[in-house]
Design a protein around this ligand. Structure first.
Ligand code: NAG
Length: 201
């Protein structure tokens, strides 16, 4: 019967919509229950492949008892500050965490403990030059984000730090190398000219 087929299709579509909405985790729906701190001072400049960041996290103790009962893990990431997202669609912040590109660099995932914890992260060589903050997500037993905490404020403008990437440094090294070779050519020319003059005298 066509009407029952239509009914089945409609039910299927409805189910699909339901599955989609139920699987999307929105950042705006998460509770800020973790207190996260990181060792860089505001505005500090760190070097990829050289410096370390100590990240500490804990449950906000002034929240009602039972907060955190469903937390299984803590996932900590390095996140782009808004100033490093401008004109870069591939770093765009989206409320749907599956599409969000704010925090692409994983620092670590550790088991959750109500007393909190800390982790020493060596800034990887692949981290690009940008301005960053640190965010931690509390995950439930099925690895779904249920709460968060971050080292900056809601607008992501305070307590930011900078990382200079390897490629950025290569550019400046190349410039330095070019200057040195230009200088050595000049020095050699000067030396040869001076020698010739001496020979003529
Ligand atoms: C901890 O939670 C309380 C109550 O929600 C809140 O007022 C306070 O700002 C939080 N502390 C931090 C450091 O986020």
């Amino acid at each position: 019967m066509p009407s029952s087929l239509l009914h089945q299709i409609a039910t299927f579509l409805l189910l699909l919509c339901f599955l989609r909405t139920s699987s999307a985790v929105l950042f705006s729906s998460l509770h800020q229950a973790l207190i996260v701190t990181a060792s860089p001072r505001p505005g500090q400049v760190l070097y990829a492949g050289v410096d370390q960041i100590r990240v500490s996290w804990a449950l906000n103790g002034s929240l009602p008892a039972g907060t955190g009962a469903a937390y299984a893990k803590v996932k900590i990431s390095l996140c782009y500050a808004p100033v490093s997202q401008v004109d870069r669609r591939w770093r765009k912040t989206r409320d749907d965490l599956k599409k969000d590109k704010t925090c692409p660099f994983k620092i670590t995932t550790t088991p959750y403990a109500s007393v909190g914890g800390s982790y020493d992260y060596a800034v990887e060589r692949s981290i690009p030059t940008a301005t960053y903050f640190v965010r931690a997500y509390a995950l439930d037993s099925s690895d779904v984000e249920v709460a968060y905490g971050q080292t900056t404020d809601a607008k992501k403008t305070t307590n930011l730090f900078h990382i200079i990437g390897i490629s950025g440094r290569h550019a400046s090294l190349d410039i330095a190398a070019a200057c040195f070779s230009a200088f050595s050519v000049l020095a050699l020319t000067f030396f040869l000219v001076a020698e010739k003059r001496k020979a003529k005298q």
